[in-house]
Ligand binder design. Structure first.
Ligand SMILES: [Zn+2]
Length: 97
């Protein structure tokens, strides 16, 4: 195991019906966030990148960051990257998800 470096974790969000899928037209998406952060001995020091995404529940088409309308992207980022989700050893990172 490295003592320091960059790592990331997946934060699962709510199911949304805000935008139609550009691939199949289905309106239901699962939301998620990917938080990349710099760590020393697995203790997060500072975040490197925060990416939000939507996945179509029908065809699994992905919309990432700039493909999501700006207002929705901002709202998603607020909801997904709260203080609790950025704590060091959340269950998601322990399970390797
Ligand atoms: Zn789709």
């Amino acid at each position: 195991m490295k003592l320091y470096g960059a790592t990331g974790k997946l934060i699962k969000g709510q199911t949304l019906t805000a935008v139609p899928c550009p691939h199949c037209g289905n309106g239901v998406h699962g939301s998620f966030g990917i938080l990349r952060y710099f760590h020393i001995c697995r203790i997060p020091i500072f975040p490197l990148a925060k990416t939000v995404g939507l996945e179509c529940v029908n065809c699994r088409w992905l919309l990432l960051d700039r493909q999501i309308p700006a207002a929705l992207r901002t709202a998603l980022a607020h909801r997904l990257f709260d203080r609790k989700s950025q704590l060091p050893i959340a269950e998601e990172s322990l399970n390797g998800v």
